[in-house]
Design a protein around this ligand. Structure first.
Ligand code: ATP
Length: 320
């Protein structure tokens, strides 16, 4: 039976991570466990930056973006000898198990630690929604709303000047943020890694809109598709008649108070993670599928095909 658990956040930060930390701490304490916080992800594990948390440490954080535990990327954690230092630091405090809140890279670290005797449960904390074992990741909904809020503002000035706005959003290699913010905005075009559009086709569609006297065009583009989104906007200006302006929303997308949806998701997942550790499970990750909280083996989860939302694509044309 375990008596001490740790919690850390790793990889890119996401709104709602604090709610997940809170849920793990409160659920752990409720079941009589001692709960430890680890600063700055796997870096804190290796550097022994580990401290006991009480229920007050996580009070008044549900509405705060970022992560109170800090986060980091530690490439060296792929090295077994570096992970052994982390295991030794946990063992000397008697910490038997860990909740890791992060993306797929963090899941790999969690799986490897489990194989070295520390049971770990992963929670999907990333704005990208790029983890196939859950319908939604913690932080995605807040980020989506932040994008929609920003595009609403850009839309005002775009329409006033009868321009084309080309807006680059985050998502890493996953197009969900672009696709669903584009649907929410009724964007004229949405370009994602899952659904790329040849440049000539983009120009032709925008030319047709311009010739039909459309007042504005909104084009939402996933990051990492065009090496230079500003140069892409210049090519649109030359090819279509629209004056195109590029905007990179950038890190504003990572911040802010988590949405109610993300808070509730994080609370449910955090409590489930503690249940799993109490059941002696490790090397697994928590997800929400069809509104049910579930868990998967991490290796299996990382092999699952991601939903490319093909059925949603038709909406772009139907609602244009
Ligand atoms: P995001 O989706 O926001 O980028 P992430 O968790 O995928 O989050 P990564 O930088 O890929 O972010 O991974 C976070 C950390 O997890 C890495 O810095 C490293 O410490 C650890 N990690 C990643 N891959 C492995 C691996 N194969 N083995 C052990 N540890 C790993």
């Amino acid at each position: 039976m375990i008596s001490k658990i740790g919690v850390l956040t790793s990889g890119g930060d996401a709104p709602g991570m604090n709610c997940a930390i809170r849920a793990v701490v409160r659920a752990g304490l409720k079941y009589g466990l001692e709960v430890f916080g680890v600063m700055d992800g796997y870096k804190g594990l290796v550097e022994d930056d580990i401290f006991p948390m009480d229920r007050h440490y996580v009070s008044n954080i549900v509405n705060r973006g970022g992560t109170i535990l800090g986060t980091a990327r530690l490439r060296e954690f792929k090295d077994q000898t570096v992970r052994q230092i982390a295991v030794d630091n946990l063992r000397k405090r008697g910490i038997d198990a860990l909740v890791v809140i992060g993306g797929d890279g963090s899941y790999m670290g969690a799986k490897k630690l489990t194989e070295m005797g520390i049971n770990c449960v992963g929670l999907p904390g990333t704005i990208d929604n790029d983890i196939a074992s859950t319908d939604y990741t913690i932080g995605y909904d807040t980020c989506l709303n932040t994008i929609v809020d920003a595009v609403d503002k850009i839309r005002d000035t775009t329409e006033s000047h009868q321009r084309c706005a080309v807006i680059e959003v985050m998502g890493n290699h996953c197009g969900d943020l672009a696709l669903f913010s584009g649907i929410a905005e009724g964007a004229e075009m949405i370009i994602t890694p899952d659904h790329p559009i040849p440049e000539e086709e983009v120009f032709e569609s925008l030319r047709q809109l311009h010739d039909a006297k459309r007042k504005r065009a909104i084009v939402i583009v996933s990051e990492k598709i065009y090496p230079d989104i500003f140069a892409f906007a210049e090519r649109i200006t030359k090819a279509t008649g629209f004056e195109a302006k590029a905007e990179v929303l950038g890190r504003i997308q990572r911040g802010g108070s988590p949405s109610a949806f993300d808070r509730i998701l994080a609370a449910r997942m955090g409590a489930h993670a503690v249940d799993c550790l109490l059941d002696g499970k490790g090397g697994i990750c928590v997800g929400m599928v069809n509104n049910k909280i579930v868990d998967y083996d991490i290796y299996e989860a990382l092999q699952l095909p991601r939903d490319k939302h093909v059925s949603v694509l038709r909406l772009i044309d139907i609602l244009k």
